[in-house]
Design a protein around this ligand. Structure first.
Ligand code: IPM
Ligand code: MN
Length: 356
């Protein structure tokens, strides 16, 4: 089992180190190789996704990814910015299906900014399409407008687009995931305004006919954003496009108390996957040893489950995470009075210990 380990920027290296420690503790035959990505790769090799890093990712069975991005790279040309690394990996490996679970652990109910009764028991799965939409649509760029009210002025433009096969395949992923849960899918769109998302809605409805056992409903994205903070437990599986999924998954993560707890998986048609925490590189706290490694550790568990066929090992890790939370161990982001504040490294060590 070959795992490409791409720590990246900011807190990436610190949290990935802990996840790797947990993987080693399983004593399974993993071959792990590390490569630079993001700003770190730009600094070392002049490109956020060097050919050598892409090759390592392509040859691996799974990819464990930390996070990319740092303010110090914000002024670089777009194609050299750290974010291009993750976008390039998604596109090159065809990682179209992004799973972002938002689960509220009982111990963290009070860490949420919502009332405990709204989030206790929360278990949502956001399935975000990851290789299409306005993120990748062409053409895009800047130019001088040649028509309309602003002819002669500078303008910038992006293209929102989805093709039928792209929508069909992500819809199938969502319905199949819902079958293993409470058999409900909410498709989020903006069909009242956007042609792309009327098309989305039509096709998801069509695919839904093949899953008569799964209840499908549709919601406009603005309403979904509101319902997520009003009555989040009404949702089970949410399926949506790349940009709406980006926004709603950040929103959903906060319901659970901390974005530092949420793993994610990005899969392609061959179930090869990239696994990363749902949070970013947090350069403001990098190097302080206070970042929460649990999202990355839980991402490693998802990797074992989805790409490496090691369900028992995945469950071992997940049970160990529950155990350390029950023991009252907390990194700064989830700390509250009466619990024990621990460092990134101590949290990783505690998970390893709890696995024994
Ligand atoms: C995410 C991130 C990325 C995205 C950025 C870093 C390109 O916000 O994974 O949600 O927008 O997809
Ligand atoms: Mn995001």
């Amino acid at each position: 089992m070959k795992i490409a380990v791409l720590p990246g920027d900011g807190i990436g290296p610190e949290i990935v180190t802990e996840a790797v420690k947990v993987l080693h503790a399983l004593q399974l035959p993993f071959e792990m190789e590390t490569a630079p990505v993001g700003g770190a790769a730009y600094a070392a090799l002049g490109h956020p996704l060097p050919a050598s890093t892409l090759k390592l990712a392509q040859d691996a069975d799974a990819i464990l990814f930390g996070a990319v991005g740092d303010w110090k790279y914000d002024t670089l040309a777009r194609h050299l910015r750290p974010e291009q690394a993750i976008l390039g990996l998604r596109k090159n490996l065809g990682l179209f299906a992004n799973f972002r679970p938002a689960v509220c652990y009982p111990e963290l109910v009070s860490a949420s900014s919502l009332k405990p009764e709204l989030v206790s028991g929360l278990d949502i799965l956001i399935i975000r399409e990851l290789t299409g939409d306005i993120y990748f649509g062409q053409p895009r760029g800047r130019r001088i407008a040649t028509e309309g009210d602003y002819a002669g002025s500078e303008e910038a433009f992006d293209t929102m687009r989805y093709s039928r096969p792209e929508i069909e395949r992500i819809a199938h992923v969502a319905f199949q995931a819902a079958r293993k849960r409470s058999k409900r899918v909410t498709s989020v769109d903006k069909a009242n305004v956007l042609e792309t998302f009327q098309f989305w809605k039509d096709i998801v409805t069509e695919v839904g006919l093949q899953y008569p056992d799964v209840a499908l409903d549709h919601m406009y994205v603005d309403n979904a954003a509101m319902q997520l903070v009003k009555a989040p437990k009404k949702f089970d599986v949410i399926v949506t496009g790349n940009m709406f999924g980006d926004i709603l998954s950040d929103e959903a993560s906060m319901l659970t108390g901390s974005i530092g707890m949420l793993p994610s998986a990005s899969l392609n048609a061959a179930h090869k996957g990239l696994y990363e925490p749902s949070h970013g590189s947090a350069p403001d706290i990098a190097g302080q040893g206070i970042a929460n490694p649990l999202a990355t550790i839980l991402s490693a568990a998802m990797m074992l489950r989805f790409s490496l066929n090691q369900e028992a090992a995945a469950q071992r890790i997940e049970a160990a995470v529950k155990k350390v939370l029950a023991q009252g161990l907390r990194t700064a982001d989830i700390y509250s009075e009466g619990t024990t504040r621990v460092s990134t490294i101590d949290m990783g060590n505690a998970v390893v210990k709890a696995m024994r």
